[in-house]
Design a protein around this ligand. Structure first.
Ligand SMILES: [Zn+2]
Length: 69
């Protein structure tokens, strides 16, 4: 298992990168420097955490469930 790196609004950004909220809309926030504070969530966003997005992965990593009966 790879534990997702999550942060709460107001927490210090560990590094630059792209972060995604955990609501259904998947709001994105680009952090350009480490040491900034994570922003509050945008209006209408029901997220509770910012989640670091892996810049090296563009395709969704789904389970390998391609075997059908
Ligand atoms: Zn959101």
């Amino acid at each position: 298992m790879s534990p997702a790196e999550t942060h709460t609004p107001g927490a210090c950004t560990p590094r630059a990168g792209l972060y995604e909220c955990d609501c259904a809309a998947g709001h994105l926030w680009l952090i350009d420097l480490a040491g900034h504070a994570f922003p509050s969530f945008p209006p209408g966003c029901s997220a509770g955490l910012w989640r670091a997005k892996d810049p090296g992965t563009t395709a969704p990593a789904g389970p390998e469930s391609d075997s059908k009966l």
